[in-house]
Design a protein around this ligand. Structure first.
Ligand code: T4K
Length: 376
């Protein structure tokens, strides 16, 4: 079994043809408008408003600040029920707003928040639920909406992984009070870096626009303690150009996902997430597998390290759990997080990106099968 000649990383950003991008850069050079609500950002915003069929949309320089501002703008305080099985930025956004995260368990199929655990964790201080559509899997949308309504809680989605996902032909952004999307370079859709909020309440648009621009209402008035979270023209340009290729990117990812599933479905000790219902249009932003050490014959961590010897750089998204990081270990967690701990100990995300060749996917699977048989 030969290693790849060049490293295969967990992802590789899609880039539009260079001459197309240079055309756009020329426009920036001519206008000399680089940031602060420039013409390309305005165009990008309009295109996204059209795509998502809403005007309640606001762009930011990254997803983390978008989420942080979302919580500030919504006036969330006290306790928020959330998942520990996520990228650390989800929790950081709470921390920066002085909100106490209450970590509860995930469900075992798609690794999203378990609604039963959410309900059990509600206290008089709970103000919101912050759920994550992890890996591009929609959360338990109806159950969470029901809990939020009955307990008068805001329902906020960290939708960093779900650009392009639809449920029953509706955009995933149509669920909950607010959704935050990340356009980071490592995402299936990106704008170099970037973030987007889509929200139900129209009045929030003005608030978010102030908050991302230091709180300025006009040249002389600062109406709230905002920050600097503006998307610049170069980001907006990349966002517009990548958007043109979204369908193509999603189709290629779907094919890669299909091949992985086909090749790995019967490998002892490898668990794939169950197929999502046909009502979900997926974006295949990640390719998670669970490795059962006993059945596979190798721990997830050893597989992760061994794959590196073959020049395959998978990632342990999301290990460790956020509540186990040094900066959050002092927060008491009542829920035993049985599923989250088990999954986090076994999870590996394999390379998936539009330009990954099917022959490369095949070779990665070949290596995994070979390692399973203990012939390495
Ligand atoms: N909520 C959730 C659920 C999230 O997953 C994230 C971000 C956020 C919130 C916050 O959104 P942003 O503020 O980021 O918009 C990456 C990303 O930086 C991060 O955006 C992402 N989640 C997280 C899951 O992954 P790293 O530190 O693991 O990425 P890095 O730099 O190791 O890149 C992974 C691989 O991708 C590299 O080995 C090679 C390849 N790569 C990466 C970059 C940046 C490239 O080929 N080109 C590149 O430009 O965090």
């Amino acid at each position: 079994m030969k290693p790849f000649e060049t490293p295969i990383y967990v992802t590789k950003p899609f880039l539009p043809p260079l001459d197309e991008f240079c055309q756009g850069i020329k426009e920036i050079w001519e206008s000399r408008w680089l940031t602060n609500n420039g013409p390309i950002l305005q165009r990008f915003t309009q295109e996204l408003c059209h795509l998502f069929e809403t005007d309640n949309l606001c762009l930011f320089n990254n997803g983390t600040l978008a989420l942080q501002i979302a919580l500030q703008g919504l006036g969330i305080a006290g306790e928020v029920i959330t998942t520990p099985f996520t990228f650390v930025a989800t929790t950081h956004a709470l921390f920066w707003n002085k909100i106490r995260p209450v970590f509860v368990d995930i469900e075992p199929d798609y690794y999203t928040l378990d609604p039963e655990k959410v309900e059990a964790a509600i206290t008089p201080w709970t103000t919101a639920i912050l759920a994550v559509h992890v890996y591009g899997h929609p959360s338990k949308l109806n159950a969470l909406a029901d809990i939020a309504r009955r307990h008068n809680l805001k329902l906020i989605y960290d939708a960093a992984h779900v650009f392009g996902v639809k449920v029953n032909n509706k955009s995933i952004a149509d669920f909950g009070d607010l959704s935050m999307f990340s356009f980071h370079a490592t995402k299936s859709y990106h704008s170099l870096e970037g973030g987007m909020l889509i929200f139900r309440e129209t009045a929030l648009k003005g608030v978010f626009d102030y908050l991302k621009n230091f709180g300025f209402k006009n040249e002389f008035e600062v109406v709230m303690p905002g920050t600097n979270a503006k998307m610049n023209e170069m980001q907006a340009l990349m966002g517009i150009q990548v958007l043109k290729y979204l369908e193509e990117i999603m189709k290629k990812r779907a094919k890669i996902n299909d091949l992985y599933r086909e090749r790995l479905k019967e490998v002892p000790g490898i668990r794939l997430v169950p197929p999502l219902p046909p009502t979900v249009r997926q974006n295949h932003s990640y390719m998670p597998i669970e490795v059962n050490e006993e059945e596979f014959g190798m721990s997830c961590d050893t597989l992760y390290e061994t794959l590196k010897q073959y020049n395959v750089y998978s990632r342990r998204y999301f290990y460790p759990l956020v509540c186990d990081y040094a900066c959050y270990r002092n927060i008491s967690v009542k829920d035993p997080l049985i599923v989250a701990r088990r999954v986090s100990g076994r999870i590996l995300t394999l390379p998936i990106y539009d330009s990954l060749l099917l022959s490369e996917v095949d070779a990665i699977c070949e290596i995994i099968v070979y390692l399973q048989r203990g012939k390495y």
